[in-house]
Write a protein that binds this ligand. Sequence first.
Ligand code: AMP
Ligand code: MG
Length: 187
Amino acid sequence: MHISEPYYLIVDLEATCSHKNKIIPRHEMEIIEIGAVILNNQTFTIESEFQTFIRPQRHPQLTPFCTELTTITQDQVDPAPLFPQALDEFVTWYTPYLPARFGSWGKYDYHQFIQDCRYHEIIYPLPEHINIKRQFSKAIGQSRDYGLNNALKHLQLTFDGTPHRGLDDARNIARIVTTILSRDQGS
Ligand code: AMP
Ligand code: MG
């Protein structure tokens, strides 16, 4: 799982959603939270953390399903910045750590950023993406993909914090990366 860049920019997004995509189809989902950590690839320490809520435009009203899944409430997204401003703040935060590799659990977060950038007609700004879920499977010599919880279980870890919240998900992904990287270094 080693990368040549000194930092991993580990990101986890939460988005508007509905049960089985019935009310909100996949192509109309929008980011409502960015959670991210900067993981130092040498020391395995988290050097900085970022969290923002985002006010969705296409489906401004969160579904009860979405609030139940993520714990994110209407009161939290209503006063939040729209995607272009939030993205700007996010880029400003991670820029001092470049060159970094953008890592997430699967490809979902990467595709969701592209979708929101297209909708708002802004240029996609993130660095090259790495699918940490895939890298994890490779590192443990498995062909199947693991969910975040099962990956933690495989490493005899348990989820810290609230699942399906951006920053907590990102922190837990960082714990997985750290465990794999330090194990690789020790061998
Ligand atoms: P996660 O990072 O696993 O919390 O998921 C990111 C986003 O994917 C969530 O904020 C939801 O928008 C969507 N999502 C995750 N799980 C489900 C589910 N079971 N049904 C519908 N949408 C989901
Ligand atoms: Mg999440």
